[in-house]
Design a protein around this ligand. Structure first.
Ligand code: IMP
Ligand code: MG
Length: 183
């Protein structure tokens, strides 16, 4: 799509460039403001959402919000590109969610298992409300019944990398979302 990209890696094609992501995050933050969530706690699901979450919480600040932020590392994919179906907690969050309005942030909503697991866990721990926000919503039949409350972009059913997302630990540093092109 642009020269910088092809120089970085000829196997990558940009789907969502940095400017489009930044614009969309401003809109998302405005949507989140409208929900008027008191005492808001953001829980970012690591690792894949760390860049998205970092940008979104700053867009939320610009929109007048002051959420607390915590992190939880969940695993469903391991090194494979297909879901193992099982979600496990690799590192738990620190804060108590009891009585809090929680916004769970993840990178990709695919089968839905990761976010369903996170929602069930936070509900069992006593969160007052739980909303979900993903960068990319893959338009697939889900393994579980879950649609995001907020999403930045609908995503083609392809494996994507960049903007925090990896394949085998690579490409997280890229400022755009790209797809791998097979030659
Ligand atoms: P789900 O549990 O099947 O909804 O999968 C969601 C998780 O799988 C996300 O947290 C991502 O980390 C990962 N994932 C799904 N699709 C992709 C992709 O195309 N690229 C990178 N990670 C992905
Ligand atoms: Mg993830």
């Amino acid at each position: 799509m642009n020269d910088a990209t092809t120089t970085i890696d000829p196997e990558l094609e940009v789907i969502f460039p940095p400017e489009a992501i930044a614009r969309r995050l401003e809109e998302l933050a405005q949507e989140i403001v409208k929900a008027k969530l008191e005492n808001l706690l953001v829980v970012a699901i690591l690792k894949g959402s760390f860049v998205f979450a970092a940008d979104l919480i700053r867009a939320m600040h610009a929109a007048g919000l002051a959420p607390e932020v915590d992190f939880m590392t969940l695993s469903s994919y391991k090194k494979a590109r297909i879901s193992s179906g099982q979600v496990s907690i690799l590192r738990d969050m620190d804060l108590d969610v009891r009585g809090r309005n929680v916004l769970v942030i993840d990178d990709v909503l695919d089968s839905g298992r990761t976010l369903a697991f996170a929602k069930d866990l936070l509900a069992a721990r006593g969160a007052t409300s739980i909303r979900t926000c993903v960068l990319l919503d893959k338009q697939l039949p889900r393994a579980v019944n879950l649609e995001p409350d907020y999403y930045a972009f609908l995503c083609p059913n392809e494996f994507v990398v960049g903007y925090g997302m990896d394949v085998a630990h690579r490409y997280r540093e890229l400022p755009f979302v790209g797809r791998l092109v097979r030659h």
